[in-house]
Design a protein around this ligand. Structure first.
Ligand SMILES: *Cc1c(COP(=O)(O)O)cnc(C)c1O
Length: 379
């Protein structure tokens, strides 16, 4: 699904030198690399504050702690996503409220959010799924109307640009009140272990969060709030510093591979290619509004599971993200949910398949994969 070895070859000497330097200096935690990376990411994203932390799941949890969400507060998020979002809501004894997604972008459905808002609702967590921003104009308007926080889960979309209807362009993660991201190795900006970060333009919230990630300390050994221990280590920061200047190029390569996949697969009766929701043009043009963390098809004729098998039999990895709606996961089932409220997610889990997507895909691989898909689905 990914080719991290191939990508490493391109930055090998830089990464190796930086890691050697850290080994020599022994500044493994909170070394200068961490602070330098934080500044460089703030500049890249155009946000005032980046707070690095240990992983993307911690980042989500720390956002919710920083906003002061309290047990019983309702947090609305998508039913069709990775479980980390709903997991941290549960860990903090907040009440998750899962809602359906849009069939074409796979992102949270704004009408469903609106329907789910109650007097207890405190926050909305849009997940920019597979690399494309949720409908942030509508989500921010809804949040303002109901006085809610917006926490962007940007784990899959770092580097994506969102163009609002006013024409304003912002990086994903710079739009809501606060955002989280993950540097898990297979993410678009991945390190060589675990890592994550929180972004915000709010000075006060940034200050609160800087204490929370460090055991609730604002002055050394004075613990003002209950915090956590969540750090990005210097070696991971060094890897990320080597990769960040290449992020736009990496995302561009993903885009180009996605365009080639879609060119080959578009128009097939039983296949739906991913929709690009921005105004930047067709998939044949370059564009920074979708960074294709995953390239995900819908297979409409019931052959999805067979296709998974067929691709695997031909040594092509693929993935089903995600096979079970969150509201049906054992850990998160709740009698409040009504099946009739999740028609799209319930359908998508049977239809979606993600093809290999990374910075090292070549035309031969894409041709081989698309031919296998077309032949199998039509046979
Ligand atoms: C990967 C991911 C996370 C969690 O990140 P980790 O660094 O693995 O903890 C959270 N949300 C989404 C949408 C993700 O894809």
């Amino acid at each position: 699904m990914v080719d991290l070895k191939g990508q490493y070859e391109g930055i090998k000497s830089e990464v190796n030198d930086a890691i050697t330097e850290i080994l020599e200096s022994s500044a493994f935690i909170n070394g200068p690399q961490v602070h330098a990376f934080q500044k460089e990411l703030e500049d890249y994203l155009g946000v005032k504050h980046v707070i690095p932390c240990a992983n993307g799941t911690d980042a989500l949890q720390i956002c919710m702690m920083g906003l002061g969400l309290q047990p019983g507060d309702e947090v609305i998020t998508a039913d069709f996503t990775f479980a980390a979002t709903v997991e941290v809501i549960g860990l903090l004894n907040l009440t998750p409220v899962l809602v359906d997604v849009e069939p074409d972008t796979f992102n949270i459905d704004v009408a469903a959010i609106e329907k789910a808002i109650t007097p207890k609702t405190k926050a909305i967590v849009p997940v920019h799924l597979f690399g494309q921003c949720a409908n942030m104009d509508a989500i921010m308007a809804l949040a303002e109307k109901h006085n809610l926080y917006v926490i962007e889960d940007n784990a899959q979309a770092i580097g994506a640009t969102y163009t609002s209807s006013s024409g304003k362009k912002q990086k994903s993660g710079a739009i809501g009140h606060v955002a989280s991201t993950s540097f898990f190795p297979s993410k678009n900006l991945g390190c060589y272990g675990d890592g994550g970060a929180i972004f915000t333009n709010d000075d006060e919230l940034a200050h609160t969060i800087r204490g929370i990630v460090n055991h609730g300390m604002y002055t050394r050994y004075y613990h003002d709030v209950v915090g956590v221990n969540s750090r990005l280590d210097s070696i991971q920061a060094a890897v990320l510093r080597a990769k960040l200047p290449n992020l736009d190029t990496y995302n561009q390569k993903r885009w180009e591979s996605a365009a080639k996949y879609s060119e080959a697969l578009e128009g097939q009766e039983h296949i739906v290619v991913p929709k690009i929701s921005c105004a930047c043009g067709s998939i044949q043009n370059t564009c920074d509004c979708h960074v294709f963390h995953q390239y995900t098809l819908r297979i409409l004729n019931g052959k999805r599971d067979g296709l998974v098998q067929h691709l695997n039999d031909n040594n092509v990895p693929c993935g089903v993200y995600y096979p079970v709606p969150l509201h049906k996961q054992k850990a998160y089932v709740d009698e409040r949910y009504n099946e009739a409220d999740f028609p799209v997610t319930n359908q998508l889990v049977k239809e979606v398949i993600s093809l290999p997507m990374h910075t090292e895909l070549d035309d031969e691989q894409i041709n081989y994969i698309t031919k296998l898909v077309i032949d199998f689905v039509n046979q």
